[in-house]
Design a binder for this molecule. Structure first.
Ligand SMILES: C[S@@+](CC[C@H](N)C(=O)[O-])C[C@H]1O[C@@H](n2cnc3c(N)ncnc32)[C@H](O)[C@@H]1O
Length: 358
């Protein structure tokens, strides 16, 4: 067999397949250290520590030192942790000390109001949510929705019946809402000038609207979602939690927010939601803040990979949902009564559209 025809030799198709096949190991290793609170344990020490010292903090008898060591090794390789070797001349399994990188600092769980990405990692890798992905091929063959094939219910119905997954799902989204809206409220203060009230439509547990109200205490915040979500929403000063159905009516406010909503629905449903937002905001001065993944610049390859991944999750979870391009959002907005918009750039991944009724 010539080298040219031997898929096992050299870099190429086999390497591509191996890399993709084993990609799940990275996510699982990350989830493992978030489950165990490893970044917090290291951080609490204030200096690099060994795996034995980490193990001393785990409430298990006895912790599996060798397994944790392997998990730490792969995450050092992925720049989640960094190492210091205290005894480079002799080999001792416990001579390596582990410390945080900027990425693992983002996993710290804070008592205060600081940002942690840990809940999003737990959500995306939750077995019940991942289960839908195992049904993609059946959904293609049989024409159904992967999530329903896995759980027997549509995602929102399923979450209303399972309190544990409901909480994990909404904690995950709340952390991205907090990150996103902390950025918007500091970068785009003009968006909130002269605004007296905002309603976050499908706002989850209210993290986004809480950021708006904290940054602009004169604004009255409304967090609007289904009853099983409002039931687990924490109390925030200046935010009223209101339960209801966005396909029926949305509480009135100067500004409506839609974060990670339209990507859950097909075009027809998006137009219904947008029309109800249009009715909820003032006739002349009303506006909408749309916060979604939007591919708007040519050649953003790293963005495109994330967008395609999220697009697949949307179809697996909801059936009709999808990620959209800027022209696709423009068309939905115009159909629903938002003829004018501006695209705001965001240093994070999602993009923001500020759309106006006039
Ligand atoms: C992907 S989550 C986004 C949550 C939040 N906007 C965020 O990004 O953190 C979609 C939200 O839409 C809500 N939702 C679904 N159907 C709804 C309906 N008919 N009326 C109101 N909210 C709804 C869900 O309960 C969920 O909180």
């Amino acid at each position: 067999m010539s080298q040219e025809h031997n898929p096992v030799v050299g870099e190429g198709p086999l390497e591509t397949l191996v890399r993709i096949t084993f990609a799940f190991v990275d996510s699982m290793a990350l989830k493992c250290i978030v489950d165990l609170g490893i970044a917090d344990i290291i951080h609490a020490h204030g200096h690099p520590i060994s795996v034995s010292e980490i193990c001393a903090h785990l409430k298990s008898h006895p912790p599996n030192f060798r397994c944790l060591k392997r998990v730490m090794q792969i995450l050092v390789h992925r720049d989640i942790f960094t190492t210091v070797n205290v005894n480079p001349t002799e080999f001792n399994e416990d001579d390596t000390l582990y410390w945080l990188t900027p990425a693992s600092r983002l996993l710290l769980r804070h008592d205060d109001d600081d940002i942690s990405y840990a809940p999003m990692i737990l959500m995306q890798n939750h077995p019940q949510l991942l289960a839908a992905m195992h049904h993609l091929s059946s959904a293609i063959k049989e024409g159904g929705i992967a999530f329903e094939m896995a759980h027997g219910h549509h995602i929102w119905e399923f979450l209303s019946r399972d309190q544990e997954v409901n909480r994990v799902f909404h904690d995950g989204l709340a952390c991205t809402a907090k990150i996103g809206f902390r950025a918007i409220t500091s970068l785009y203060k003009d968006v909130f000038a002269d605004v007296k009230s905002v309603v976050d439509v499908g706002g989850g547990t209210g993290a986004a609207v809480n950021e708006v109200v904290k940054a602009f205490p004169n604004i009255k915040g409304i967090n609007f979602d289904l009853p099983h979500v409002i039931a687990i929403a924490p109390k925030y000063d200046g935010v009223a939690h209101v339960e209801g159905n966005m396909f029926e009516a949305i509480p009135d406010a100067d500004v409506a927010i839609l974060k990670s909503i339209l990507h859950d629905w097909n075009d027809e449903d998006c137009v219904k939601i947008l029309k109800n937002c249009q009715k909820a905001v003032p006739e002349k001065t009303g506006k909408l803040i749309l916060f979604e993944l939007i591919l708007h610049k040519e050649g953003e390859e790293s963005m495109e990979g994330i967008l395609l991944a999220s697009d697949l999750i949307m179809i697996a979870h909801t059936g009709g949902g999808k990620e959209r391009t800027e022209p696709e959002y423009k068309s939905l907005l115009q159909t629903a009564g938002f003829p004018r918009y501006r695209l705001l750039s965001n240093p994070g991944i999602p993009s923001i559209i500020e759309a106006f009724v006039e």
